[in-house]
Design a protein around this ligand. Structure first.
Ligand code: HMG
Length: 388
């Protein structure tokens, strides 16, 4: 029996910032952002979207009458949680009208949370092959105006269904992981923006990648020659390029070309969205699926990294039923119709934060199906416009 990723959907709001505009405003060379960082555009998230609504807007694309009753768990990876106690998964369960006999849990370890969900889901479906697990990665990446991290902001959500005989990627059983208590990036409870030691975080990312890649090869006796492509957690896309370059000399010259071409395919969407923390690796995988020419049986390597830190290298093979045309069209349409913000509009949207008291929000600039309408009696109020 094969177990893996059956569906993989993404959502981010349509407002974005062109990073050439940001470079001009911050007195930087546009090429520093486009080449040095590897980013072109950045999603800007309005105050009417939070981790729950981003997740609901993504998950509504993978949950319908054909699989709703099969879903046994919602595993919600996020580091942008909205409550210290209640999980975002429980809100999502209601918004999606999922059955009550379900486990709904939030998972946190920086950008690694969704991968924890994928691995737990894999093991659960192994024991319960007639069930599916809904895995979410939903976040808003914020460093602050005029900070070095500003160019690496972004946000959005991915929603994956993990099932037996999946339509996209059959996950291999072997996986290599590592955790260590490191202060490269963190966000204390009283802060809305992350604290980061930028260069150090890049070095730790590469060290973790090399360690788990070695461990994976020892466990499996596979080498780089067994891989058609790699997908990385992409806090900014140059980071993945640095990781790939660290192992590229292990490949033949012809294979190096193929791996580089597939890396370009894997970063197309991320270059235009920015970091979305937990969802970043899976947006990159979606980008690889849609923009490379992959064939059934080909093996993909995935590197997940969450600061603090946890890293994991795992792999999967392209499914026999693999088909990406619908997703390709959806992304092409989405990018074509986005709304470009100027700098004052971006700074105003970025600075709008939810107050710590009851409020009714203006929804006129948010056309999403699921929106946050405000706070009443210290409870977030959500609206599904299809039910209104
Ligand atoms: P910075 O100090 O502004 O940038 O911060 P820099 O001066 O280091 O320049 C960046 C690159 O641009 C350099 O290349 C320059 O040479 C190049 P590199 O040495 O890196 O190869 N450059 C140019 N290239 C072409 N033309 C030019 C030009 N000028 C310069 N004209 C930094 C950059 C990424 C550190 C900053 O944006 C930051 O702190 N970002 C946030 C931290 C981050 O994303 N870390 C990644 C690893 S940790 C991680 O992935 C986890 C995370 O997702 C969080 C989680 O797990 O929850 C972040």
């Amino acid at each position: 029996m094969q177990i893996g990723i059956d569906q993989l959907a993404f959502y981010t709001p349509s407002t974005y910032l062109d990073l050439v505009d940001l470079a001009h405003a911050r007195g930087e060379e546009p090429d520093k952002y486009r080449i040095g960082i590897g980013q072109y555009e950045q999603a800007v998230i309005p105050v009417t979207q939070d981790a729950v609504t981003l997740a609901a807007n993504a998950a509504a694309k993978v949950v319908d009458e054909t699989n709703r009753d099969q879903i046994a768990m919602v595993l919600f990876g996020t580091e942008s949680g909205i409550d210290n106690s209640k999980s975002a998964a429980v809100y999502l369960k209601r918004l999606l009208n999922l059955p009550d006999n379900i486990r709904a849990i939030e998972l946190k370890q920086a950008c690694y949370g969704a991968t924890a969900g994928v691995q737990f889901a894999h093991d659960y479906v192994f024991l319960h092959p007639d069930k599916q697990v809904l895995v979410i990665g939903a976040d808003i990446a914020r460093y602050g105006l005029n900070t070095p991290g500003e160019v690496t902001q972004g946000g959005g959500a991915v929603a994956l269904t993990i099932s037996a005989e999946p339509k996209l990627l059959n996950l291999d059983n072997e996986t290599a992981f590592k955790s260590e208590d490191i202060m490269d990036f963190w966000r204390p409870l009283y802060r809305t923006e992350a604290l980061v030691d930028g260069r150090f975080s890049e070095n730790v990312y590469i060290d973790f990648f090399k360690t788990v890649w070695q461990d994976y090869q020892q466990q499996t006796n596979r080498t780089i020659a067994d891989f058609t492509a790699f997908a990385f957690h992409l806090p900014f896309t140059k980071m993945g390029l640095k990781a790939l370059r660290a192992i590229l000399p292990e490949a033949s010259e012809a294979q190096q070309k193929q791996l580089m071409a597939n890396f370009e395919a894997s970063r197309q969407y991320n270059q235009r969205v920015g970091n979305l923390y937990t969802g970043s690796l899976y947006l990159s995988l979606r980008s690889l699926f849609d923009n490379a020419s992959l064939k059934p049986g080909e093996r993909i390597g995935l590197f997940s990294y969450g600061s603090g830190a946890e890293g994991e290298f795992f792999s999967g093979t392209i499914s026999e039923q693999f088909d990406v045309q619908v997703s390709r069209d959806e992304f092409a349409n989405f990018f074509k119709n986005r709304q470009r913000l100027n700098m004052p509009e971006y700074e105003r949207l970025f600075s709008q934060q939810l107050p710590a008291h009851d409020v009714l929000l203006d929804l006129s600039h948010d056309d999403a199906r699921f929106v946050l309408t405000g706070i009443k009696h210290d409870q977030r109020q959500y609206l599904d416009r299809q039910q209104a």
